[in-house]
Design a protein around this ligand. Structure first.
Ligand SMILES: Cc1cc2nc3c(=O)[nH]c(=O)nc-3n(C[C@H](O)[C@H](O)[C@H](O)COP(=O)(O)OP(=O)(O)OC[C@H]3O[C@@H](n4cnc5c(N)ncnc54)[C@H](O)[C@@H]3O)c2cc1C
Length: 372
């Protein structure tokens, strides 16, 4: 199959942004013979120290991309999620939902963010990754686009994939100038050694400790002898990277199990972030530009889906480019396949886990394939 009269290998594709979405897109496109270039503004690509749950539809794509074994070797399976009170009483315990046609796929694979992004990058040729490349502007000429970087470098591409995150300049210029929406909450994240965890994660269950409007997410990374610890609290401070000290975090935890308090007190290197999302964007694509990941559909972290959806975008876009006759046709198919899913996750992700909820997985009803 060829697009624009060219073989896939001759297409020029520029991916802006080297987060999960951009890195996954580069790997996915290579699997269908498209050698995309990845442009990242930072001098190094990295992810904050925290864990993440890879869901079955995400992991399914890794088989096609030739990175399944590598991802599996760096992650461990969790079969259950629990919501517990601040004191640790179980509110509900549920199997992870089955989100694919595979009946045994009722799990989440837990991975450290650094291993996750590292695995994508290991599968890309070094010369295709361009660091210190901050995209200044994109000009859309209809059937191709020109990308200008700071420092006056310019490139031309048949397709520009904007994976430049929640504050995407490309989204604001071409698709929506609506500002990100502040959730009124902060997330404070850290990874600790298991031996310092006071046994708050004895097995592979992912637990959310809920007390009032404070949530503590405890995600085991036992394959690394580590635990990912994430405290979400209300705050009026909407600065993107708020400056918060350990004592400010611990004061939210007075009604929690003393072990949670002790863990929180001992951490002095939290990553602090104000939590924003965006409202659904009506259109993600022109004939030569496509939004992907948080740039298209940034969502809150309550369903643990933002990175998963970015990676699933990458898989859907690669398949659309593999199967379509033209780039515009592929982009239309990509948006038609993905946007209904991410619109729903954006909506559901605004729901906090709470003691009043009926389920840990509000997405189950919409996406689970087979009833119990
Ligand atoms: C507290 C918290 C917990 C979360 N937990 C989970 C979870 O458990 N599971 C899950 O699936 N998701 C989770 N997420 C969401 C997930 O982190 C994001 O959805 C995901 O990182 C988005 O990836 P992305 O590649 O689209 O964007 P980003 O990761 O934001 O990457 C964008 C990249 O583009 C680069 N960039 C930006 N502008 C330019 C430019 N002009 N030129 C060049 N490069 C540029 C940036 O430097 C960055 O590297 C969580 C998020 C938070 C905040």
């Amino acid at each position: 199959m060829s697009l624009k009269g060219k073989n896939n290998s001759e297409l020029k594709v520029a991916i802006i942004g080297g987060g999960f979405g951009g890195a996954a897109a580069a790997v996915a496109l290579r699997s269908v013979g498209i050698k995309a270039d990845l442009y990242e503004q930072a001098p190094v690509i990295g992810e904050v120290g925290a864990g993440i749950g890879m869901r079955p539809p995400t992991v399914e794509f890794f088989k096609d991309w030739g990175i399944y074994d590598a991802m599996v070797s760096k992650s461990s399976v969790s079969e259950y999620m629990e919501v517990v009170t601040g004191k640790g009483e179980v509110v509900f315990r549920e199997r992870w939902p089955q989100l694919t046609d595979e009946p045994n796929a009722r799990w989440s694979r837990l991975i450290h963010r650094a291993d996750f992004i590292g695995t994508f990058l290991e599968h890309l040729p070094t010369e295709s990754i361009h660091l210190d490349h901050k995209c200044k502007s994109v000009i859309d000429y209809g059937d191709y686009a020109v990308v200008q970087f700071e420092g006056d470098k310019t490139i031309e591409a048949d397709l520009v994939i904007a994976a430049d995150g929640i504050r995407s300049n490309i989204r604001s210029k071409f698709f929506s100038d609506a500002e990100p929406v502040y959730s009124g909450t902060h997330a404070y994240r850290a990874v600790i050694d298991k031996e310092d965890s006071f046994d708050i994660a004895p097995d592979n269950t992912f637990r959310v400790w809920v007390e009032g409007d404070v949530n503590v997410y405890v995600l085991p990374l036992h394959h690394r002898n580590q635990i990912s610890f994430d405290v979400t609290v209300p705050s009026d401070d909407s600065s993107w990277a708020p400056e918060v000290e350990t004592k400010d975090i611990v004061k939210h935890l007075t009604n929690f199990d003393p072990r949670i308090q002790k863990v929180a007190e001992r951490i002095n290197d939290y990553t602090c972030r104000a939590l924003y999302d965006i409202d659904p964007v009506e259109r993600w694509t022109s004939n030569s530009i496509a939004l992907l990941g948080d740039a298209a559909h940034a969502m809150l972290h309550h369903q643990g889906q933002g990175a998963n959806q970015a990676i699933q975008d990458a898989g859907a876009l690669a398949e659309a480019l593999r199967d379509a006759d033209t780039i515009p046709q592929a982009l239309q198919r990509y948006q038609a396949r993905r946007k209904p899913v991410t619109d729903k996750y954006q909506e559901l992700s605004r729901l906090n886990p709470s003691e009043e909820n009926q389920t840990a997985f509000p997405e189950k009803e919409t996406f689970e394939r087979v009833a119990e």
